[in-house]
Every structure is written in C-alpha cells, then in structure tokens.
Design a protein around this ligand. Structure first.
Ligand SMILES: Cc1ncc(COP(=O)(O)O)c(C=O)c1O
Length: 478
C-alpha cells in the first residue's frame, strides 16, 4: 500500500513532555539514584555471574509496547545493576577501577539536555573552548609548554589509537615500508596498544618485546642493545611505547632515559599514562613521572585518575600540527565550518559528532578545583603502601613495592600448586562479593592484584580485603 504523505502523524508531540511529566520522570530517576548512592556501601562490589538468563530478560528487547518508568527502573536494578561488577563501589579493586563522581553525572545531564555540538568550533564555540581549556590544563599538568594539542576521547584505547596513528602518519609509514620499521614494547604494554597497531596496520612492523627489570619496567640496557642490533640489520627503529603506570602492577618506566634514547635515534616516544597520568597531581607522582613532558604523545584517562564515569580519555600530542595533519579532512558540506585560525576537536580525531564530554569533566573541576583530586590520589597511594606492608605481615608474597597504587601479590604454600591456590583465593574473594580483585600472570605465575583508585575506596575496604585474605589463608593452611 502506498504511504499517504499528506497525513501528519498525531503523536508527534510525545517526545516533548510537559513540565509536569518531566518533573515526575526526573523525580523518579533522582530518587532511584539517591537510593543507589545511599546504599552503595552495603552493595556488593561483584555479583558472581552464573550466566543464567532470567525469564524476564526479554524485557531488554525493544518492540512497540510502552512501559512505565517504574517497571523500567525495577528491571534496570535487577538485571543490570545486580549483575557483574559494581564499578561505582569502593570495593572495586580489580583491573583499573573507575569512579563515577556525582557532579560528573550532572555534567552529563546538562550536556545531553543542551546537546551542544562539541565536534566543531563553528557549531559550538563554547563547547570547543571548554574542551580546549581541559586539554590545555592536562598538557600543562604533564609539563608540555607550547604548540601542543589533544582531544577528549571516549577512553584510553581511543586515545592510544589517535596517538599511534599520528606517530605513523608523521613518520610516513606506509604499506610499502611498514615491515622495515620497528616498535619497542614490553610484556607490560597494554593490549589496547596492540589493538591500535592492528587497526592502523602497524602490526606489520617488527614488534620487539624488550625484557623487564625486577620492578616490571623496561630494561634500558636491553632496549639499547636491541636498537643497535636492529639498525645493524637494516631495520628502522620507529616507536618506543612506555608505561606511566602499567595495568598489571602500576609500573612507571624510566621516562627520562627512554626519551634520551628516542631522541638520539629519532624515534617517536609514546607514553601510556591512562592509569598513572593524573598521579602527577601528587608529589610522589610528579617525581615518578619525571620525563613525561619529553614524550611526543601521552594518553591519560579522567575516567580512571579523576574518578569520572566511564567514557573519558585524553590524548595529548606535543606538536598539535602532527595531530592535525594526521586527521585532516575536507568535505563540501563542511565548508561553512572551516576555520583557519582555530582547530576543532573534529580536526584532531576520527570523530565528527561527539558526546559533549567536556562538561562531565569541566563541571567537577570548576566546582572543586584541582586540590581535592590530589588529596584523593594521595590517599590511594597511601592505601596501596599500607596494603603492600600488611600483606607481608599476613604471609602473602608481594611482587614489588608499588610505584603508584597497584599491589600485586600471591600466596605460596608448600602443599599447593601456586596457580591453583591463588585461583581458589580469587574465587573466594569474588564469591564473597564485597571486594573485587582481579588476577594476571607475572613471572609465569597467576598473581592477584589490587588496584586502588576508586574515590570510594578508603581504609575500611583495604582492611576488609586483608581480613578476607587472612581468613582464606587460615582455612587453606592446615
Ligand atoms: C595502561 C592502560 N592503557 C590503556 C588502557 C585502555 O583504556 P580504556 O579502557 O579507557 O580504553 C587501560 C585500561 O585499563 C590501561 O590500564
């Protein structure tokens, strides 16, 4: 049947609710959020997932039916919040914890309501100036001086991708010469870097896995020897990847030494500071991260070190021109938006339309200022050190003194295979659910790790972890 285009649909005002309807919806969401925050300490950090599909999971499906906000919230709590990892909980010590500060959520609310087009200066000079201010702030924090630029991304993986694409473009790496170029990583390099290599074709480079020292940092001597060897056999050293806070143990590579090597061999020097970058707001972090300002590109994640909700990373490139050259575009329909004097975020990343993510970062920083974030980060450093010391006292082996706020440890008992034993401990902690830790492999052995970064993690959570570890050890050590 042919559509009658002369007839207007009748319900076209439904998406513009009345003030009364808005208030009613808003109050229900706010009440729900308030209850979530009020009860956060009693909530589990992890819901051990049995992978069972509940009968009413069909409620996830979209069809023509309307539903009440009450039914939706009941379902959301039961089938979304009460499953898996509760990343808003202070008991979350796994992987790299996120945060979820309230004022950032308010920023998101305002961003979505006002829906400014943050990708292009012409469309929203204000939103772009806000993003620029945040990039300038982050750049100044790490010690960049002039001509640097960057972009607010959805997270560290996208930030790494943008930085590495810029490196590839600047060093003129093409399909015809890629196999001659060498990248230097370690086993502590985050997998998002390897993923980025795959996406942008750098996986065809020669990728060297440089050995680590006893603190899981790149061995400078081995790197030097490898570069020398590669040059000798006619390869072209191209890129050094450094960690400023590795995921496994929070290790910070010797950044100054790496920058000297990079400079003397004309390599691009990239620092992955997704986890560790914002520790530069603390005295210890500033000291550990010395040399980060010498990197050609750096990434750091506000959804880690600034406790913001997931969806916020930063890429910084020392020379903004390289970032712009790697992402330049042209299209007839964009001609009105062209501005020779001002970069837009869309000139500096693969995104055109983008979440107005500047507001979720800018609002908390404007409300509180920097200092409160340094105080919280200092607390995390102290908690990690406390955990590190207490673990030895209760008979666990720690792998190395934490550089920042990740502690790697394992239990070793004569009667057990080490991997089996530590898996039993991991399962015990996860099934209890009040604290969530994760595991990794270090020195070929299953290793437990506690990453302390949530703004809601305080001494009580660390003491609870220690209590659980002590209890399971007593139970196993018969
Ligand atoms: C060191 C490091 N780099 C990169 C990433 C990737 O960041 P994202 O998960 O925000 O994409 C992570 C994530 O934990 C990380 O720890």
């Amino acid at each position: 049947m042919k559509e009658d285009r002369s007839k207007m649909p009748t319900n076209i005002f439904e998406l513009e609710e009345s003030a009364i309807e808005r208030k009613s919806l808003y109050e229900k969401i706010i009440n729900f959020s308030e209850e979530f925050i009020h009860t956060i300490e009693e909530q589990k950090a992890y819901h051990f997932d049995t992978n069972e599909i509940a009968e009413y999971d069909s409620f996830f499906d979209i069809d023509k039916k309307k539903n009440s906000i009450e039914d939706i919230l009941v379902f959301f709590k039961e089938r979304v919040l009460n499953t898996g990892l509760n990343a808003a909980s202070g008991g979350h010590l796994g992987y790299i914890p996120g945060g979820g500060i309230y004022t950032s959520a308010l920023g998101d609310y305002l961003a979505a309501i006002t829906n400014r087009y943050a990708g292009v200066f012409y469309a929203s000079p204000g939103a772009v100036r806000m993003e620029d201010a945040l990039i300038n702030w982050a750049g100044r924090l790490i010690g960049y001086e002039n001509n640097y630029g960057g972009n607010l991304t959805s997270g560290g993986s996208m930030a790494n991708l943008i930085a590495l694409h810029t490196a590839k473009h600047h060093k003129k790496i093409t399909n015809s010469n890629v196999t001659k170029h060498v990248i230097y990583c370690t086993s502590q390099t985050h997998h998002s870097i390897y993923k980025a290599f795959k996406v942008i074709g750098l996986d065809a480079c020669v990728i060297r896995n440089i050995p680590l020292d006893s603190k899981f940092r790149i061995s400078i001597q081995d790197l030097k020897t490898q570069i020398k060897h590669d040059k000798h056999i006619g390869l072209i050293p191209f890129l050094i990847i450094a960690n400023a806070g590795s995921t496994d143990v929070g290790a910070v590579d010797p950044l100054i030494k790496l920058s000297v090597i990079a400079k003397s061999h004309n390599l691009w020097f990239h620092v992955d500071a997704a986890y560790g970058g914002f520790f530069i707001l603390t005295a210890l972090g500033k000291d550990k991260l010395k040399g980060i300002e010498l990197a050609d590109s750096v990434i750091m994640d506000p959804h880690k070190g600034l406790f913001m909700p997931y969806g916020l990373g930063i890429v910084l490139v020392k020379n903004i021109k390289y970032l712009a050259e790697a992402h330049s575009y042209d299209a007839n329909y964009m001609r009105d938006a062209k501005n020779e004097n001002q970069y837009s975020p869309a000139d500096l990343s693969p995104e055109l339309s983008k979440h107005f993510r500047g507001l979720r970062m800018w609002l908390p920083l404007k409300l509180y200022g920097e200092t409160v974030f340094s105080d919280y980060l200092n607390e995390k450093i102290q908690l990690a050190y406390y955990l590190f010391q207490e673990l030895s006292l209760i008979g666990y082996k720690t792998l190395c003194e934490p550089d920042l706020s990740v502690v790697a440890f394992r239990l070793e008992l004569k009667a057990y295979d080490s991997d089996v034993l530590n898996k039993i401990i991991l399962d015990y902690i996860q099934q209890d659910g009040r604290i969530f830790i994760s595991s990794t492999i270090l020195n070929n052995k299953l290793t437990l790790r506690a990453a302390i970064l949530s703004f809601r993690t305080h001494k009580a959570e660390i003491d609870l972890l220690l209590h659980l570890l002590k209890k399971i050890k007593t139970h196993l050590d018969v």
